[in-house]
Design a protein around this ligand. Structure first.
Ligand code: BES
Ligand code: ZN
Length: 640
């Protein structure tokens, strides 16, 4: 609520008075509230960024990006100001760019954090308010990022395998604003071009066209993005990179020591794109490459357009963890092409993608592999649902007063997927696939909300078989907590066999050596380790380690579950491996629960804090935040 509306007459008078005295002073305007998207200050109903041009230089010693961005605006006549999102940006200059390219200063302000109720929503950052007097169509902002920018991680040469520095961005959900002042909402799409200047021995890549295959000695790289994207897909990477093709329109970028292993691990990339196209229509982004990041990357993968960012921990040597690549590729349709308009619609991105991922795995590998992975996901979701508040169990969940990161739990992913599995079951695969293909076509390059989807479903799928599902059921899936009792749930016979071996071993009926683990997939291993529960003692752990060499496992999914068991049993060799792991890997899916497990023990918290302090300089800001929460220690600004 701004002041003018709480005291209408006086407020209006005050605004008039101030406007009359200081026509160019945006500083007189009322407090800024978020726009239609609760996670952005952008007033995009009045003015929209259509295209942006970036010119940035990377300074590794200062850990800043510095330069300018020019925003091309599409505005309504009534638009008086442009409100952008920023997070700790050092804004140096804001100018109008005239038709002849001349710069003219514009009035602008960054309201103090204690204005309005901005303080309560620190995660939103600070709005940048620019007055648009006299028909402004292009705005240039000169700025620099903060060394603490949440959306960037700067690594020095000691933290990479090449010995050279590395920089990468992670913009989803609302961190683009920490490296570009823009309308940081998925409701707005824009095209862009960019010029990056980096040290001469490094390569720059972006989620865009124009990625190089060789390092340029002058350090200047140019990119353009002809397809309109939302801000959370803005992506940049800088490092000592090499490229290896995996097909005519695909390949991998990685540091030299990893590029061959990555190209081998992901040799099926081109085939995956083909499978995606056969399922749901043309791949619309021309190329699909992967950027393999250092192990501190806080996620498994991030679907940056044309260039997914991937953790090196999925390079297992046997292509067993490639479902993650299928997932990021699938986002090229669900997410990047048809985009959630706000974070409360996240399930439109992640639920559809998890479904699509599973269809790729089924087609490329086998229905059994897809079913095992789906069963593990469902078991994980079931456990999560027991813990989550009812409100957090809702697919289209109201997030207006929350950090949008809260949205990323198993619900949008796996409940979302099961909703689509249920629709597939009711309408038949052929009909449902045809519907999905149409859906991607119809909404291509648009941002849509849950109601848009529901209306499209009601008009285009339900009439295909009027008795198959009811709108009440659809609404129950989307707006009610828990799982509908008519859900179609996955189950895997292979897991029944694993369960039987586990029982026989625990009951002393068989020796570990008799269990046919050589034939097990990662999913069977995961199921085995998950169901072992937390009651193993260090002696049983040692026996398992001797039989299967789990402490030395090169498969991160197996190793992670083993390390959890090692904490519970306080199994020393496992704890030593855990220390190494935490010092190297910053992937939150693993580090956060490992720190949580440690904090839960009577011996582990102090030990974990010590490991954390040593690991922290190499961790991404997001990994630090999660670890500090897990360990119950206050975060310290500017350290590390
Ligand atoms: N879009 C997400 C990555 C992400 C998650 C960004 C949360 C910001 C907040 C990506 O597509 C994803 O879901 N990655 C998963 C892997 C996937 C196989 C479930 C991950 O990183 O673990
Ligand atoms: Zn995803």
């Amino acid at each position: 609520m701004n002041k003018a509306s709480s005291a209408p007459v006086f407020g209006a008078f005050l605004v008039m008075l101030l406007t009359a005295c200081q026509p160019a002073e945006e500083a007189a305007a009322p407090a800024v509230e978020p726009g239609p998207d609760p996670h952005s200050y952008a007033n995009y109903e009045q003015v929209r960024v259509e295209h942006l041009a970036l010119a940035l230089a990377a300074d590794f010693s200062e850990r800043t990006l510095e330069g300018h961005v020019t925003l091309q605006l599409d505005r309504t006549e009534s638009a008086e100001r442009l409100v952008l999102d920023t997070w700790k940006l050092d804004i140096r200059d804001v100018n109008r760019v005239g038709p002849d390219g001349a710069l003219e200063p514009l009035s602008w302000r960054l309201p103090d954090a204690d204005e309005g109720d901005a303080q309560a929503r620190e995660y939103l950052g600070t709005p940048l308010v620019v007055a648009l007097e006299g028909g402004v169509d292009q705005v240039r902002i000169d700025y620099a990022t903060s060394p603490e920018a949440f959306g960037l991680q700067w690594l020095d040469g000691q933290q990479t395998t090449s010995g050279e520095p590395f920089l990468f961005s992670q913009s989803q959900p609302i961190f683009a604003r920490s490296w570009v002042p823009l309308q940081d909402t998925p409701a707005v799409r824009y095209t862009f071009d960019a010029q990056l200047t980096v040290p001469g021995d490094l390569m720059a890549v972006m989620g865009a066209a124009g990625n190089p295959t060789e390092i340029r000695p002058d350090g200047i790289y140019e990119f353009r993005m002809p397809q309109p994207i939302p801000s959370y897909l803005m992506a940049i990477g800088v490092g000592k990179l090499e490229f290896e093709a995996t097909g005519p329109r695909s390949g991998v970028y990685a540091e030299p020591s990893l590029v061959a292993a990555a190209a081998e691990e992901f040799s099926e990339l081109e085939a995956m794109i083909d499978v995606g196209e056969e399922l749901y229509g043309p791949y619309r982004w021309d190329r699909y490459d992967l950027l393999i990041l250092p192990p501190s990357f806080p996620f498994g993968g991030m679907e940056n357009p044309r260039l997914s960012f991937i953790t090196p921990t999925v390079i297992a040597g046997d292509k067993s963890l490639t479902a993650l690549i299928a997932h990021e590729l699938a986002h090229s349709w669900s997410g990047n092409l048809v985009t959630n308009a706000a974070w409360q619609d996240l399930w439109l991105n992640e639920g559809f993608t998890t479904y699509f991922e599973s269809r790729i795995v089924e087609a490329l590998y086998s229905p059994e592999r897809a079913e095992m992975e789906a069963t593990l996901d469902w078991m994980g979701l079931k456990e999560e649902l027991e813990e989550l508040d009812p409100a957090a169990q809702i697919l289209a969940r109201d997030l207006s007063d929350q950090d949008p990161e809260q949205a990323f739990n198993g619900v949008p992913y796996n409940k979302g997927r099961l909703f689509l599995v249920w629709l597939e079951d009711r309408f038949g695969r052929a009909t449902f696939d045809e519907f999905l293909r149409q859906y991607f076509d119809h909404f291509a390059f648009e941002s849509i909300d849950t109601e848009d989807f529901i209306a499209y479903l009601e008009a285009n799928l339900l009439p295909r078989d009027p008795d198959a599902v009811s709108m009440e059921q659809v609404r129950e899936w989307i707006f009610e907590p828990g799982m509908p009792d008519y859900a179609v749930l996955p189950a895997s016979d292979a897991f029944d066999k694993v369960d039987e071996w586990r029982r026989q071993w625990l009951d002393g009926e068989v020796e570990l050596a008799e269990i046919p683990v050589d034939q097990w997939t990662v999913s069977e291993w995961r199921h085995f380790l998950l169901k072992l529960g937390d009651r193993l003692d260090a002696e049983q752990m040692a026996a398992m380690d001797e039989a299967f060499g789990l402490t030395e496992s090169g498969n991160v999914e197996i190793l992670y579950l083993w390390l959890v068991r090692a904490i519970e049993a306080r199994y020393e060799p496992g704890i030593e491996r855990l220390e190494q792991f935490l010092l190297e890997v910053g992937r939150n899916k693993f580090t956060r629960p490992l720190y949580e497990e440690l904090a839960d023990t009577d011996w582990g918290r102090e030990w974990a804090i010590d490991v954390y302090q040593r690991a922290k300089p190499g961790y991404h800001p997001l990994t630090r935040q999660a670890a500090e929460r897990a360990l119950g220690i206050a975060s310290r600004e500017n350290s590390g």
